[in-house]
Write a protein that binds this ligand. Structure first.
Ligand code: PEP
Ligand code: MG
Length: 756
């Protein structure tokens, strides 16, 4: 056997001749199997192509000619069908031993033992299979498989040019014209409709076989230079100084970018006769195949880096630069991606971006946190989605139910429109309530504030009529940056937010990073992951250890709030000393800035978040030193129930409306009552009507909630009599009924209070 390069090159040269000949498509395929069979010294070489949903034997050398256009296999049937269905290469010494083997007597293949099948891929989908067979039971060498894979790439171009498969109507794509409903995981609730837009538009490789090897090499070298320059620039722009943890990440990235093995393999593929684009893709295919066999999450991460780099290289070399965001959205769009970074999401035009579907994604993914803040519904965990729809396909996204409808029927669209209209009507009613005060029927003023994290969120204060921002998650700015935001950038953001908020208060929470909100540029010293990140090195724990980080933020906040009140709160306070230590950092900066005669805030109000149950036992010690307390029920409940808040399997298991949670909260309210400080609930719980009802019944008078919930909660408050609900809660907590939720529902229904 010659080297893969030599065999592939020899085959490609011959294929060039076949392609240039004037013969028809079928004759060309017949010649192709001869060429490949001869060059690879293979007894059988066959090409199966998709036609009307079936893989049809189109050409063969070695099998019975009478089987051509007669033998047909469904996708997934037999070895050929398996290779196409899974888009994977099979290399078997004994074909019949494989569980998917399907014997076709008309082909006369019983005498052949070994089998290798390589999918012929077009636009990421298998449209056929190229296979070879031998009498000897032997596995094919890697070089042989690689030669076959290279040839399969060329075949895909040949087949498309000869219009042997109808690309629109090809069988695997046949389902792409049918309506299809897929179920995923709700990540951000809401309804949306639009056309599918792929975040990473597919790079179309139009030419696989190169005319001029040197020109291809030249293009490839230039693209490598450009890509390396980009990576180096990224590294040098890192704002965290030299030697920071982010360096480690960027260094790995650089290591790949400069990896000689990688560029050498691409050069080899170009040497074999491929264009630069095809060569990059070819090498990537091989890497993917190898990685698939290794089950190691760390390697999977590295694979992700490598895919990123390969895509970057492909975009540079093909001149098809940019994501869908850079091309602009032309109509209402549902964005489709395997995964996204938060910054990438923010690049899209908010007016046109209606929804997001991710093949991966989890509730705590940064992109999801940002999408929630943007009010964009998201459904995640729909594997293989990009293979099931095409750009421009209409999509209905019902993130309330975690369902998407691809290419919906008119009846589905109509039903969706009705629900959508109802939901919009409700929104309009809420918007009309923005100037109404959230005062209960018996005259209690409830504070309804909103949670925010992005610069633009502040504008929602006016739109919703919220009383202020009760939780500004400052870590969002960190999450959406590729590098640590410098102090000036932080100051600018805080100042902008305060300006838009005007007279309304804004509570800035110092960064809650670490744990599940990891930053690529802030890594652990030991570089190792944590088994329980939510209970790990996060929030104030990071900030107190990385004092520089907190100092910079303190100074940015103090400077931004010059001449006004600064409300600052610390996340994940577990013991009072942590609060004091964080406060001391602020006081230190205050003294420093005073010396420098800077304009200082009129007052600084310090608050602690109560998210760790242990702090509830120390409130008497802490409360005299705080101006306010904010209860983060998202974390608090996960710690009380010992149930990971991001684990979808536990999402429905425990109820916020349980005596355990409610009694706990009531005790907190009672403990701090003598200290006369504000107590706010700022977790998601407060934004749900029934839960808000219960919280008010416990004595909570301030809720900070997601902006979309401000209207519904105001409406609820205005229907409520605090004395009544307080009394009812007392009764239920003294003697908990089997199902507190249904009791509350019945209670609200009786009083004609909307709770859904
Ligand atoms: C919480 O834990 O309830 C909270 C508001 O903080 P976050 O969701 O940002 O952790
Ligand atoms: Mg929290």
């Amino acid at each position: 056997m010659q080297t893969a390069v030599a065999s592939a090159r020899a085959i490609l040269t011959s294929l060039h001749e076949v392609m240039a000949s004037r013969s028809g498509a079928q004759a060309k395929l017949n010649q192709v199997v001869e060429v490949i069979g001869e060059r690879l010294d293979s007894e059988v070489c066959s090409i199966y192509l998709l036609r009307e949903g079936m893989l049809e034997l189109y050409a063969t050398r070695g099998l019975e000619q009478t089987a051509v256009h007669v033998t047909r296999l469904a996708v997934g049937e037999g070895l050929v069908g398996t290779s196409a269905a899974n888009n994977e290469t099979l290399n078997l010494a004994e074909a019949a031993a494989h569980p998917d083997f399907a014997f076709r007597p008309e082909t006369g293949e019983e005498k052949f033992h070994s089998f290798a099948g390589v999918p012929i891929v077009r636009r990421e989908r298998a449209v056929g299979v190229l296979c070879v067979q031998h009498v000897d039971p032997r596995r094919y060498e890697e070089v042989e498989i690689e030669a076959l894979q290279t040839v399969a790439m060329v075949l895909s171009e040949l087949i498309a040019n000869a219009e042997l498969i109808d690309e629109e109507d090809a069988a695997v794509a046949a389902h792409l014209t049918e309506p299809e409903r897929l179920k995923g995981l709700t990540l951000v609730k809401g309804l949306a409709s639009g056309v599918a837009v792929f975040h990473q538009p597919r790079i179309t490789i139009t030419h696989v076989m190169a005319d001029n090897r040197d020109a291809e090499l030249q293009r490839m070298y230039l693209a490598f230079d450009k890509m390396r320059e980009q990576i180096d620039r990224m590294a040098s722009q890192a704002e965290f100084g030299v030697g920071g943890e982010h360096e480690e990440v960027l260094q790995t990235y650089r290591m790949f970018a400069y990896d000689e093995g990688w560029s050498r393999r691409i050069i080899e593929a170009i040497d074999a006769g491929l264009t630069a684009e095809a060569a990059i893709e070819r090498v990537q295919q091989r890497t993917r195949m190898r990685m698939r066999q290794i089950d190691d999450p760390l390697l999977a991460d590295r694979m992700h880096d490598l895919e990123d780099l390969a895509n970057r290289l492909l975009r540079i070399v093909s001149g098809q630069l940019g994501t869908a965001a850079s091309m602009g959205l032309r109509q209402d769009a549902i964005l489709v991606a395997r995964n996204l970074g938060p910054a990438e999401l923010l690049e899209y035009d908010r007016r046109r971006l209606k929804g997001v579907i991710l093949e991966e994604g989890s509730l705590t993914a940064h992109v999801v946190i940002v999408a929630r803040a943007m009010g964009v519904p998201v459904v995640g965990r729909i594997r293989g989605l990009r293979g099931r729809l095409r750009e421009g396909d209409p999509v209905l996204l019902d993130a309330d139910q975690g369902v998407i409808d691809l290419r919906p029927t008119p009846a589905l669209v109509e039903a969706f429109e009705t629900r959508f209209a109802r939901s919009r009507e409700r929104q309009a009613n809420y918007a009309a309530m923005r100037d109404l005060k959230p005062v209960t029927k018996d005259g209690q003023r409830i504070g309804v504030l909103m949670n925010a994290g992005l610069r633009d969120d502040a504008a929602l204060l006016a739109l919703t009529g919220a009383d202020g921002i009760g939780l500004f998650r400052t870590e969002f700015q960190f999450l959406v940056s590729a590098t640590m935001p410098q102090r000036e950038r932080q100051t600018r953001l805080y100042r902008d937010v305060l300006e838009v908020a005007g007279d309304k208060p804004v509570v800035f929470r110092t960064v809650d990073i670490g744990g599940d909100k990891t930053l690529p540029y802030l890594r652990h010293n030991d570089g190792e992951g944590e088994e329980n990140p939510a209970m790990g090195w996060r929030a104030l724990r990071v900030a107190l250890e990385r004092e520089g980080l907190l100092k910079v933020q303190a100074r940015a906040l103090i400077e931004a709030a010059g001449g006004r009140t600064l409300n600052v709160m610390f996340p994940m306070v577990t013991e009072p000393w942590e609060f004091h230590a964080a406060k001391a950092v602020f006081e230190g900066q205050l003294a420093f800035l005073r010396q420098r005669k800077k304009l200082l805030p009129e007052t600084i109000r310090y608050g602690a978040m109560l998210e760790v149950p242990a702090l509830a036992e120390c409130l008497e010690e802490l409360a005299p030193h705080c101006s306010f307390l904010s209860i983060g029920t998202n974390d608090l409940t996960q710690f009380l129930f010992a149930a990971d808040r991001s684990n979808p399997r536990l999402a429905e298991r425990y109820d916020w409306l349980s005596p355990a949670i409610l009694r706990f909260l009531r005790r907190v309210v009672r403990t701090v009552a003598p200290f006369n400080i504000d107590v706010t609930v700022c977790g998601e719980m407060g934004g749900r009507r029934l839960e808000a009802l219960a919280l008010i019944g416990l004595g909570i008078r301030r809720l900070s909630i997601t902006p979309a919930a401000v209207g519904p909660i105001k409406e609820l408050v205005r229907q409520l009599d605090v004395r009544e609900i307080t009394e009812a809660m007392e009764g239920w907590l003294a003697n908990p009924p089997g199902n507190l939720r249904s009791q509350l529902q019945a209670w609200a229904t009786q009083r004609e209070i909307d709770w859904d």
